[in-house]
Ligand binder design. Sequence first.
Ligand code: PEP
Ligand code: MG
Length: 886
Amino acid sequence: MVQYVYEFAEGNRDMADLLGGKGANLAEMTRLGLPVPPGFTVTTDACRAFLATGTEPDGLADEIADCLGVLERSAGRRLGQPDDPLLLSVRSGARFSMPGMMETILDIGLTDDSVRGLAKVSGSERFAWDSYRRLLQMFGSTVMGVDPALFEAALTRLKDSLNYRDDLHLDAPDLARLVETYKNLISGETGKDFPQDPTEQLRRSIRAVFESWNGQRARLYRRREHISDTLGTAVNVQRMVFGNLGPDSGSGVAFTRDPATGRRRPYGDYLPNAQGEDVVAGIRNTVPLTDLERLDPTSYAQLRDHLEALEGHYRDLCDVEFTIERGTLWMLQTRVGKRTAEAAFAIAAGLAEEGLITHDEALARVSGDEAARLMFPRFDTAAVGEALAHGIPASPGAAVGAAVFDCAEAVRRAAAGEKVVLVRQETTPDDLPGMVAAQAVLTSRGGKTSHAAVVARGMGKVCVCGAEDLVIDPPGRRCTTAGGVTIEEGMVISVDGSTGTLYAGVAPLVDSEVMRYFETGERSGELVDAVARALDRADAVRRLGVRANADTPEDAARARRFGAEGIGLCRTEHMFLGDRRKLVEAMILAHTDADRVRALDALLPLQRQDFIGILEAMDGLPVTIRLLDPPLHEFLPDRTELSVRIATAEAQGNPPSAHDAELLAAVNRMHEENPMLGLRGVRLGLVAPGLTAMQVRALAEAIVERKRAGGDPRAEIMVPLIDAVEELRLVREEVDETLAAVSEASGMAVRCPVGTMIELPRAALTAGQIAQEAAFFSFGTNDLTQTTWGYSRDDVEAAFFSAYLDKGIFKVSPFETIDPEGVGRLVRIAVAEGRAARPDLKVGVCGEHGGDPASVHFFHAADLDYVSCSPFRVPVARLEAGRAAL
Ligand code: PEP
Ligand code: MG
């Protein structure tokens, strides 16, 4: 029989699939002997069964009753017992952390009777009634579906009628009145009374947590974080402990190291006389953890010991939630904590240095995405103007955008392409869409562990929180700084998440230190050193080569500095743009062979010079030169524009010039409805006489020149958009003839391997034949994705991708991460059949996927020889190729 409920003592940290992250770690802490309030976890199996059928699976209720019995016996009192009630919390806990996205219900077990018992045993009437009204509020909204704003409004009305400014002024009779109001509100809104049976409260709360898995904000968060919708959540039921029982109580969040920098010291926020929810909500400003040392040295010392034990046990940065109830410390949660990119590298290097983890483990703990984040520019502190405000640097980076003061406005402006900064007093899970849309989040309340900080860090978004000197006025859509500057909605501001500073306007940027390291090789500073170590390890273990896509000597040189081992794709069409477009135009318009030869002859020396520069920059390393790919009409004026220009001139009595008339005729002749599937790639080389020969000659002459200069040029010729081996055979004949001619003329044997792109399904499916004519394959996964899915790579993303992502047809765009089952299958087929036909066939990839972390792992598994990506992605690819090989 399936077991649906586990006591904490029965589980362990390896059971996160079943118990969720929170449940598995509560079990682990229990096993370690840390002070965890006792409880049990309802499994994700139970959740999935519930979500599939809409009812609790058989046996669940009995198992819950059994575990509850154990809990009651150990506590020596019953759930909701009138004279001394055992109270429970019910919290979600999925496999992957989804902070604040699902439901929590606290104080379960309070009823009209037991609230009086709680008042007596706790010695505080106020505390008892406050707990009861919190239960009514949470249960009423979460379980019974009453609009939470109605509870807030009732609370505000009560405070206004009493002329109170905040909740703390409400005394026990006030709160008892509020309880009556809330109960009436619930029955008025739902037609049903708040349940006075504690077991019914518990059962319905668990059900509500299950259902919250499919709540809107949870779904949005999962989409953003690429978490599968099918996992379901576990539910943790635990004895309540209270941090709001007076000055000797409190709640906090702590990290074993600083999650922003990775520095080795306990770090956290503490809120005296408060429940944990108050800390995370950022509603009151917390004090630093170090203050706890003064307030309660015994608990602080215990907490430090526990943090150390956890870090040693998990061998990683851990964060914890804790509560002190009248001087007794309780651990409510732990997990391997989220951290900034900077901290990820620093912690990995630090733990390896301390011998807690191996160098391979250290490499596994950092990611290419994090490396990419460290390459973003920072504000130039020497050139920024005066700071408008300061807050807590909660998630680093430099962001510039228009200030907006609510979530909807952030979403609206971002959808229109504007960059925005979301400015709030504090954020709640409902602000998630706005946070996703914004470049940065700025709050006036809450610490590094507030919702805003935690969520932003998880997303890699810039965040400054707790900027207390900002007075934020959401209805007025503005905020005011301590210096009296008013920031109106739409005003551009700059947010520095690394220093916690806010500037007016667009602050100037400089390279990050990591970028400077890549550019100069200067290995100075702790962060740079940590990044360099990870890359060194990756280079030592990776099997995939990493090349760059580069079309200019500058890009080639940069790619080399960034660690590229050659060029995997030089798109020669990029060399025909700008001024040279006219020369291409002349070639297209040529009437006679002589005209055409003249046009090609004019292009040849320019092309040769380009190749010389690139071969020089990549001396000694392979350089894959791809023959011209895009349709020729791309080099001609736009058809509509030209027609309109000519028609307008004609209407004014000016007949078109001979040149314009000729251009229009050519444009019309070459017009294709579907140019991506038209005259491009190898097809162009086969029908435009002399074009391939010109490019090959330019390259061969560049090789000769580089050799004469003492260089070591290693060019390879790549043919784009092959469908059939015959195409390649024909091009090769032309290549061979040209190489022979240049060899003869120069007296120097010029050899150049000829390979092909595999970017059409037919080429992949006939790879065995094609390999007989090709020295290498390079997968053009942009076109291969386009032609396999039948999605236009140029306009599909806007049209329906977001609906497809919503519907879960794919979790990430196949243009971003390789589709392993479809496009990836073609890759595997082509690798296998190509290598069977030619065992020494070199195989690489040069589509955008070459720089995408998940795709790099796929290409490693598919046994490619190298990936090629844009120069800036080279460090990312190196790192991920290393991680793939672990
Ligand atoms: C590709 O199609 O993946 C490719 C690299 O070629 P391009 O992007 O130039 O079409
Ligand atoms: Mg292509």
